[in-house]
Unconditional design. Structure first.
Length: 358
């Protein structure tokens, strides 16, 4: 079975998830994965560049995106020709993006069914990209199957009338490829806590600041808050806490293993979440994890002795951070392995195209 995995983002988790899904499916003997990424994706150039079977020119800013939309009458026939040449049996959208309806049209023209991995059903508070969710819902309505990663997202999609039980696939995030990292606390200094990801309102950075103000005065701990987002009172409050460093910047993919290697534990102070690639990476890297009990985070951390869940308030988060320091060294976690990859491949193989053309 030939599976075409596509994700046309340029930066961040999207392209990386495309690679991870292709790698996971490629571990199944009966599957030949193919990968389509933006030709401007961060991971297709430079050292360690990934293989891409179908590079696609996307856009670099809003005017270029509008220009790409205006070029769809030429782009879709070209894309159809490229997909037909690859001759996939099934396609998988690893994470929806703004141009995916063009791939929908191309796949329909060549009669290839496709599934969409649905990460979020609602916009995150503070997220500016609400148009993207509108486009995602249109893609979801047209898809032949949906890959759902948490009960939380399934419930929300059901409430929105976007689910059809006959084309629903339950799975988990593929396990990120983690390098040979040093064990936690091997550095011999104060405990190293990392908060990593987009610095937006739904990340609960004010909750994190309130918790750290309680914990740090009497706890040997250093904290790095790393990611990109708008400056605001939450980041100012974090900067005022001794022992906390805020790095408001874009983090390239090549730096993520170094961040995980630096950290002993990761904290997710989210007010809302569907699931988290950061949580998956932390658990796969055998790091401690403290997370608020929201959305699908509790499902991700379920049964892991190195994970501590808490309520969405500073006092509960502070208590969870103190409890984390008493836990034994994290054990290896199974995560997304061969059984999960084979189950996903089997489910994809059973998908049939819907009867509609557009």
């Amino acid at each position: 079975m030939k599976v075409l995995v596509w994700q046309w983002g340029r930066f961040g988790a999207g392209p990386r998830l495309g690679v991870e899904y292709a790698d996971a499916l490629g571990s199944v003997a009966s599957v030949q994965p193919m990968l389509s990424l933006s030709d401007q994706a961060e991971i297709v150039s430079g050292p360690g560049a990934v293989r891409c079977d179908l590079p696609v020119r996307t856009y670099s800013d809003l005017p270029a995106y509008i220009g790409r939309l205006l070029s769809l009458p030429r782009f879709v026939p070209w894309l159809t020709q490229q997909v037909a040449a690859l001759a996939p049996d099934i396609a998988l959208c690893a994470m929806p993006g703004p141009l995916d309806l063009a791939m929908h049209s191309a796949l329909r023209r060549v009669g290839v069914p496709y599934a969409v991995v649905v990460h979020d059903a609602d916009p995150h508070p503070g997220d500016r990209y609400k148009l993207q969710l509108t486009l995602q819902r249109r893609l979801v309505r047209r898809a032949d199957a949906l890959v759902i990663l948490s009960d939380h997202v399934e419930r929300r999609l059901s409430a929105q009338g976007l689910l059809r039980a006959s084309r629903l696939i339950r799975s988990t995030l593929p396990q990120p490829p983690i390098l040979d990292l040093p064990p936690v606390r091997a550095h011999g200094g104060p405990f190293r806590l990392l908060s990593f990801g987009r610095l937006l309102a739904y990340k609960g950075l004010d909750i994190l600041a309130g918790a750290l103000a309680q914990v740090l005065p009497d706890t040997p701990m250093v904290v790095r808050v790393v990611g990109q987002g708008p400056e605001g009172p939450e980041l100012a409050a974090l900067r005022r806490i001794p022992g906390v460093t805020v790095e408001n910047r874009w983090v390239p993919e090549t730096e993520i293993p170094d961040l995980l290697a630096w950290a002993d534990g990761l904290v997710l102070s989210h007010r809302e979440a569907s699931q988290s690639g950061v949580a998956a990476a932390a658990l796969a890297a055998r790091r401690y994890l403290v997370a608020t009990r929201v959305g699908g985070l509790a499902e991700q951390a379920a049964g892991d002795a190195s994970a501590v869940l808490c309520d969405v308030d500073p006092d509960s988060l502070a208590q969870a951070l103190r409890h984390m320091l008493t836990l034994p060294v994290p054990a290896p976690r199974a995560g997304f392995g061969q059984p999960e990859a084979e189950a996903l491949a089997t489910a994809l193989q059973q998908i049939k195209p819907r009867q509609t053309v557009q």
